[in-house]
Structure formats: structure tokens, C-alpha cells
Design a protein around this ligand. Structure first.
Ligand SMILES: [Zn+2]
Length: 294
């Protein structure tokens, strides 16, 4: 699927508007990026509100975060190191979003991970959201703090800071940020109402099986969510938290012979017909131009 540099930059600006209008960032906060290949990325600029970006502000950088093309006064986000860590460790990831959605960030400040299995959509599409240790922004501390979580999760809270989400394309990464905030909001309200009741392990297993059927791209921390009951028993009525306490996260995953869910590639969007034609047209145009230049 061919996309011009301009189209990619425009998409980053559109996501910037959504993130700003949703209140997921204030002032000039937040940053996001898209990977084209191992040495080419588009990154949002530093020092500008993500709600008011125009395509000319987006920076094209290499695998070290250096500008590939001079871009006037615009410099790439100093947090790009954090994005690079994700791209390096997760070859399936093609886009990374960092924001400070207020409720999820409050969980990150309170030190409470989003690991309760409370609603089907969150279990199927998001899994859970752990908290990475606090680090000083723009240093290597944050990238390093992500390492323990990158192979099991698609969204991570940054202690006393915000959230990071990623996926096989920009929309997937953005939706994971949106889902993280929504999940945090539900958990907060449930706690105000006296506390959440988790979905029993046997039911969680059915939801994870659905995730496999749907071919949802990304990683899922099944063995960490519900190890005690991942024995294939759909009738287990224990809550995931009780099961973890009874069996222990590590030992019960090993006992049940848990296999991590395979990482999937991004599904082709249903409207991909037109996009394929665009790609073919672009390819043909390129070939014709090459012929003419001979
Ligand atoms: Zn931040």
C-alpha cells in the first residue's frame, strides 16, 4: 500500500488533533511517530501543540533520530529514543504514540497498573497495561524502563508521567491509547462504586480464544493475566487475581504449558481495494517515469 510522505505527515497531524481534542495532552506535550523502514521515521516536532500541527512541521529522521531532511525551525521530539526502543524490540510495531491521558496517567501516578480483567473488549483488544519504572524524560532511563514489558504488552503506563501505546499502524497505536484511557476511566468509576468484580478465569479464556479467532495484531499477556486458570478449563469461576494469588504467576504459567499468543500482522482494512489501486497506480507511474528518463 503506497502512501506519499505528505499523506503520512497529514495522518500524523490528524491523530494530533484527536489526541489534543480528547484532552490526552496539554500545551505542547506528547509525541508520536511512524516507521517507514529501519532507517526512516516520521516524528512529531518538539515545541508545538500536537493539536495545531501542519504537515510541514513533521520531521523525517533516521534510525538514530537525526533529521534526514532539514525542516526549517522544526526539530524532532527529544522523546524519540523511547519510540526507537519499541521499534527495535518489536519488529511488528510500525507506529508509537505517547500522551498524558489524565485518568490513565493518574493510575500511573498512584502506582496502580491496569491489570484487572473487567470488560471483554479490553481483554480481547488491549490485554492489560503495566507500569514502567519512573525515568527522566529525554534520557535513556525511560527507554530502558520499557524493556521488561515490550514482549507482552501493546500499551505501557510510565510512572508519574503518562502512557505509551504502539501497533502495526498509526490508527491501531492511537486506538490503544484511547482504549487505555477508557479502561482506566471504567476502573476508576468501578472503584468509586465500591470496587470491580473481575470476569472469572474460565470466561477470560474464551475471550482470549476470540482474540485468536479475530487475528488481533500485537501481543497479549495471557499468562500474566490469568495463569491459574489457563489450563483449558472454561468452567473455572475463580477470579484472575485470586488465581494468581493461589498458583503464582510464574509457576502456574509453566505448569499449564502456556504458549504466548503469536503476534499477527495488521489486517488489511476493508476499504483496501481503493488503496491497492492507488498503490498500483503509483507503481505504474514510477515505472513509466523510469522509462522516460532512460
Ligand atoms: Zn510525556
Amino acid at each position: 500500500m503506497f502512501k506519499s510522505d505528505y499523506e503520512i505527515k497529514k495522518e500524523l497531524c490528524e491523530v494530533g488533533k484527536k489526541i489534543y481534542n480528547d484532552g490526552f495532552v496539554a500545551a505542547n506535550d506528547g509525541n508520536f511517530s511512524v516507521q517507514i523502514d529501519k532507517d526512516t521515521y516520521f516524528v512529531t516536532p518538539t515545541g508545538v501543540s500536537k493539536g495545531f500541527m501542519t504537515p510541514d512541521m513533521i520531521c523525517k529522521v533516521d534510525g538514530q533520530g537525526n533529521l534526514k531532511e532539514a525542516n526549517g525551525q522544526w526539530k524532532p521530539s527529544s522523546e524519540f529514543k523511547m519510540h526507537l526502543k519499541v521499534y527495535q524490540q518489536r519488529p511488528d510495531v510500525k507506529a508509537v504514540v505517547h500522551a498524558h491521558p489524565p485518568i490513565a496517567t493518574s493510575f500511573a501516578i498512584a502506582g496502580i497498573p491496569l491489570d484487572k480483567l473487567i470488560m471483554p473488549e479490553a481483554i480481547i483488544f488491549l490485554g492489560a497495561v503495566p507500569i514502567a519504572q519512573y525515568g527522566t524524560p529525554s534520557t535513556m532511563e525511560i527507554p530502558e524502563s520499557l524493556e521488561p514489558y515490550l514482549q507482552d504488552y501493546d500499551a505501557i503506563l510510565l510512572a508519574n508521567h503518562g502512557a505509551l501505546s504502539f501497533g502495526c499502524d498509526l490508527n491501531t497505536a492511537f486506538f490503544r491509547m484511547e482504549s487505555t484511557e477508557f479502561y482506566a476511566k471504567l476502573l476508576m468509576y468501578a472503584r468509586l462504586l465500591g470496587g470491580e468484580k473481575e470476569i472469572p478465569c474460565g470466561e477470560v479464556k474464551k475471550l482470549v480464544d476470540l482474540r485468536k479467532q479475530f487475528g488481533v495484531p500485537g501481543k497479549h499477556p495471557m499468562e500474566k493475566l490469568c495463569p491459574g486458570c489457563y489450563a483449558g478449563d472454561d468452567t473455572c469461576s475463580m477470579s484472575p487475581t485470586d488465581a494468581n494469588e493461589k498458583y503464582g504467576v510464574e509457576s502456574s504459567a509453566a505448569y499449564h504449558g502456556f504458549q504466548p499468543l503469536p503476534s499477527q500482522v495488521c489486517p488489511t482494512p476493508s476499504n483496501s481495494g481503493n488503496k491497492d489501486i492507488e498503490g498500483i497506480v503509483a507503481e505504474v507511474t514510477k515505472k513509466v517515469l523510469e522509462q522516460m528518463n532512460k
